[in-house]
Design a protein. Sequence first.
Length: 466
Amino acid sequence: MGSEQRVAAETHVLTLPLPFQGHINPMLQFSKRLASKGLKVTPLSFTDKEWTKAAEHGSVNVQIIFDDTLFAEITDQEDTVYINNLYATVKRRLPEVVAKHGESGYPISCLVYDSLMPWALDIAMELGLLGATLFTQSLAVSNIYYEVHQGKLKVPVEKTAVAVEGMPPLEIHDLPSFLFDLENYPLSLKLSASQFSNIGEADWVFFNTFNSLEDEVLNLMARQCAIKPVGPTIPSMYTDNRVKDDKDYGLSLFKPDVESLFKPDVESCMKWLDSREPCSVVYVSFGSLSILGERQMEEIACGLKMSCHYFLWVVRETEKEKFPSRFLDETSEKGLVVTWCPQLEVLAHKSVGCFMTHCGWNSTLEALSMGVPMVAMPQWADQTTNAKFVADVWRVGVRVKVDEEGIVTGKEIELRIREVMEEETAIEIRKNSEKWEKLAKEAVDEDGSSDKNIQEFVAKLICNST
Ligand code: UDP
């Protein structure tokens, strides 16, 4: 090992994801990308769930800072108690972790933390560490939360249309739901706005996005602080091309079957997809948190059935009791229903023709980076804004309409699926999807815009260590 490589391998970074699937995934991928540049990286985990115990994480070893006394009965507690518990755990455990690594000859130089835990920066600074925040939502959504933080955008928003600098005209339901549904989510909005509370003190501000995807809002926000896009934080093997050798993880930065809070049904999904024609399957998933009503589940089932396309539908274990088996069999000749799937592999599979998605930011970026057209069916949080961009800005999909009763009908679902799978519009959407797939790949390829930001970060840390 040359002396430069040795210094890099001794430059040690801790990463701290919020313990939710949609936050663990991008932080873990970012950790692996940093490790692929030669740094020593230790992701910290608040949970003792399966993914932390998995024997193999390739280039990084997860360290558990789980505290069972603090997290007892957590499911019944309120958001504030939950966040306070996270804070207390980090406050108590981080000094121990930092001291221990120092003694073992791998002192920590920097903490990369999820932007929803801004207090982690204060704790890192007390310990003499550099601090880097990673935003796992889009720049557009962050810009809106920033306006709320500054008091420029008054909440709850009651107007039907809102003008936000750097953004296309937004109707109320294009805004993150916390802004108009304040009654149900008062703490979530406070938390989202708090991401900016000490942003000026962070040494780096990273975003899971890429320059060309959000250039207008990037230029605007860059006036406030030095934002560095480092996304999409998905493994390069998935952005290389759409036809993959699905058994070869040799170059993979990611092994989906061991990194999930949920257990994916890898074999049955891939076998079922292998037996389908190219671009013939509608992949349906609402992510790790969304809860659908029973009637809505029925309408989805009807819509899928009426569309006459094959479908792979993820219905999480906790949603299973609402599965409308009187409309659909779980494994009818047209469809397969699983409780969790290896989403990246599914999106990369050549039989997948479109993704009916809740538009969580990871799912949106993953589909966009793999050139898969979307039927956007947002549920809450930032998904509404992501759906607006999918349909009207990047034009890589269509968005479903919600009726007066708050339901997306089966007929509406059938029509939107046909629009992205069959009709004239499908050609245009597919062309746009291919364009964004190419741009996403360019950003993370060596010397692409996101890769350069990562290289710069690594070089500065190494320089600090010498
Ligand atoms: N995911 C997966 N298998 C599934 C459904 C989702 O691996 O069956 C992954 C998906 O690839 C994404 C994450 O879970 O990385 C969900 O994050 P997202 O931001 O899309 O939604 P959230 O779960 O936070 O609402």
